[in-house]
Design a protein around this ligand. Structure first.
Ligand code: FAD
Length: 382
């Protein structure tokens, strides 16, 4: 196993100070390791996740070569030639487990933002007191965006949140963590070859969830109540102005509708499986409140906005992969982790083999199937 940093590198280096997992502790499961502490319904801090993964590395005695950067993987006649910052390797098979979120995705029009406005990604952001005083425009209303908007607003700054397509969820439903419902009802076990539109499922934004000790819901209504101003999707920059799409009402209704549908699926599952008694009565939530007049533009030269935080998602980085297995958008071409080149495999990508793959608890089942394929591949070549 080759790792450019340390074990659990992404958790050590790429998260903000207040970060906590949005999945409850009991859901952090790796082969042979589960959370056994006193707060199964709590949410791990980055320090706790790091310790959890370190414990796993020790438990499985993984032979990790840390501090070793893979700079190139090339196909050779009988396998792969791997170049690292500490020498060369030859191998018959390679498993790409370099992560799905190596780089923050920032739209190209970020280059047209006036230089007087600072720009940060979630990789640079640490805490509100590291930002200059003044207004902040947070772009993107998925898990990262809503969490950073709430934290910045709570620090007393004016915050505007630019909202595109998003996934609304309550933190708890019928008295249970909403992710308990995802887990128990089998929604997360849906396999990649059963999903109607797999490409879309793999691009789905993360849900608007935060892990806090009081298990609070952090949807757009909660942010509006805190005084966060909502605007539409940021579409372009013209003459130093940010231009936002209209139609917030439609974007909100779609997210509300999808949430209602999902909650209906949970109710149906509980009813038909005789699990109603394990939870409270069905709940329904107020629709997302639409601002009376959402701004369609913001003058970035006016001094009102001092900082932009791009919470517009993350991308994998395959700059080191010299095998022609990427599509036109730079995504890996694979079938459930079996990459389009003999002996090349991938793990840890969204909806790799099931909806659960996007999360830490998804790796075990995926890894068993992918490694089974790899073992058969190696056996077949012997
Ligand atoms: C902001 C954020 C929040 C998340 N919250 C949750 C959550 O609440 N619950 C949950 O279950 N999941 C969460 N996830 C998803 C979770 O991160 C993944 O499921 C998990 O990290 C996948 O593990 P991985 O080892 O495949 O990838 P990573 O954790 O990304 O690890 C990949 C490793 O590869 C190394 N690497 C990359 N390129 C190279 C190279 N060229 N050479 C050598 N080493 C390299 C990196 O240093 C890194 O250590 C979150 C993800 C993000 C980005």
């Amino acid at each position: 196993m080759i790792e450019r940093g340390e074990v659990a590198n992404s958790w050590r280096r790429e998260r903000w100070d207040s970060f906590r997992l949005l999945t409850p502790n009991w859901q952090s499961r790796l082969p042979g390791l589960r959370y056994e502490g006193p707060r199964p319904d709590g949410y791990m801090t980055t320090k706790e996740v790091t310790q959890f993964i370190e414990r796993f590395a020790a438990l499985c005695r993984a032979p990790v070569r840390t501090g070793t950067d893979v700079t190139s993987v090339r196909r050779t006649g009988d396998g792969y030639h791997v170049t690292t910052s500490r020498g060369e390797l030859r191998c018959r098979a390679v498993v790409i487990a370099s992560g799905a979120c190596n780089r923050p995705a920032v739209p190209a029009f970020g280059d047209a933002v006036p230089p007087s406005v600072g720009q940060l990604t979630p990789f640079d952001y640490r805490a509100p007191d590291r930002l200059p005083d003044g207004g902040v425009l947070v772009v993107g209303a998925s898990a990262t965006g809503v969490q950073l908007a709430a934290e910045l607003r709570a620090s007393g700054r004016p915050v505007t949140l630019s909202v595109g397509e998003h996934v609304r969820l309550p933190r708890t439903y019928r008295g249970r963590d909403v992710l308990w419902w995802m887990d128990s009802s089998g929604v997360w076990d849906q396999r990649y070859d059963e999903v109607d539109d797999l490409a879309r499922a793999r691009r789905l934004p993360s849900p608007q969830l935060v892990g806090t000790p009081e298990r609070r819901t952090l949807d757009l209504n909660a942010l509006t109540s805190m005084g966060v101003e909502l605007v539409g999707r940021w579409a372009a920059v013209r003459d130093g102005r940010a231009l936002f799409s209209g139609g917030l009402r439609n974007v909100f209704s779609l997210a509300d509708l999808k949430m209602e549908r999902l909650l209906g699926t949970f109710d149906e599952w509980a009813r038909t499986r005789g699990r109603d008694a394990e939870a409270g009565p069905p709940e329904r939530f107020a629709p997302t409140r639409v601002p009376e007049s959402a701004r369609l533009q913001l003058d970035l030269r006016g001094g009102e906005t001092r900082t932009i935080v791009w919470a517009t998602g993350f991308r994998p980085d395959y700059g080191w992969l010299d095998v022609p297995v990427l599509d036109e958008k730079g995504r890996l071409r694979h079938d459930g982790g079996v990459v389009d080149s003999p002996g090349l495999y991938a793990l840890g990508l969204p909806v790799l083999r099931r909806r659960r793959s996007t999360f830490i608890s998804g790796i075990e089942a995926d890894a068993r199937e992918v490694i089974d394929h790899l073992a058969r591949y190696l056996a077949g070549r012997r």
